[in-house]
Design a protein around this ligand. Sequence first.
Ligand code: AMP
Length: 415
Amino acid sequence: MNILVLNCGSSSLKFQIIETDLPLIETDADMQRAKGIIERIGSQALITFEASGKSPVKQAVPLRDHRAALDFVVRWIISPEAAIPGIRSLADIHAIGHRVVHGAEKFTRSVIISDEVINGIEDCIDLAPLHNPANLKGIHAALELFGTGIPQVAVFDTSFHSTMPEKSFLYAIPYQLYRRHKIRRYGFHGTSHRYVGYRYRQLMHIEREQTNIITLHLGNGCSACAIKKGESVDTSMGLTPLEGLVMGTRSGDIDPSIIEYLMHKEGMGIGEIDTLLNKQSGLLGLSGLTNDMRDLIDEEREHQDRRAKLTIEIFCQRVKKYIGSYLAELNGADALVFTGGIGENSPTIRKRICEGLEWLGIEMDESLNAEMRAGKEGEVQKQSSRVKILVIPTNEELLIARDTVRCVKDAPRRW
Ligand code: AMP
């Protein structure tokens, strides 16, 4: 089956075409056929399309909304210029998988999209006011373009974490607030944590129940996940993706009293503080320079910039704290797995996170670590290390495509 995977943001649309099916999943023979991104939807949009094995095509085109963007994508996919094997018309796309950020307690697994599911995703908008409306735009655009004849599936960022026990997901605030408003930890990046957990068990030739690891998704957004017997038992993001690790522009954990203090001291409104914590904090806020870890590393190295150095130290220290607490919670773990833009590509950051953790049995091999970048997958620990350290490039789109096939064929979802 040819699956169109869609990931819609407020002004962006990312897509992939993945050829997959139950036998292909079984043998890991499913293939990405094309991918692309449209940014700045609503004005002069920037488009990058890439058919597998060919050079990327870039152009700028005015695109009014997500419907116009999807229309543009589909016209390219079926064009002779893209020449994607097996795809010549709309009928050659057999199903669509959508990334949906928040499924709250309602969606604990991927589902075929129906009117009821759309209503359910709308009900979760309060919990993800930036993300779920954008995801819904993608779903509505696809329904308009493809009609109801082609199955569409929603894959939720939160669902992998639905196995967390109450002791992990409840906040220590009055219990009735959980009952009344469902205020609790949900966790995000679930598809990424689930994928690298699955790859880990494949690489180790072990069963799901034997998977006891800590996964670290370090990208522009960052989160850690404690996985026990293959299931998420704790994660660092919370009710929203603001909690936990230091991120590109998000603060991660802070004392909640800072909010009221800022209101008094800076005369800020609650909306401004929300923007400050989500968009102006993290690496950007601390360094005053950039939200991009590559630039911070360069600044530190080339100009000995003190704030850049401090920012990197704070970023790594926060990750260390979560590793420590999850090791305690899991009663030890067999591996740390790094993924995401920083986790996959930055030997420096991985090294600085693991430094000083030797007494916990976490010993990194510096030369193996230095080689592991740009899409490579493998182990980077010393032979004597009790805990393995792995780098596994994430592939959320592949998992979305596979879940889409499993839902359409009503096959059991194993991961
Ligand atoms: P993601 O959100 O997973 O796509 O990650 C994007 C982020 O990864 C960028 O904003 C950078 O901060 C970071 N990144 C990508 N490549 C590198 C690298 N070679 N070294 C350090 N950070 C990187």
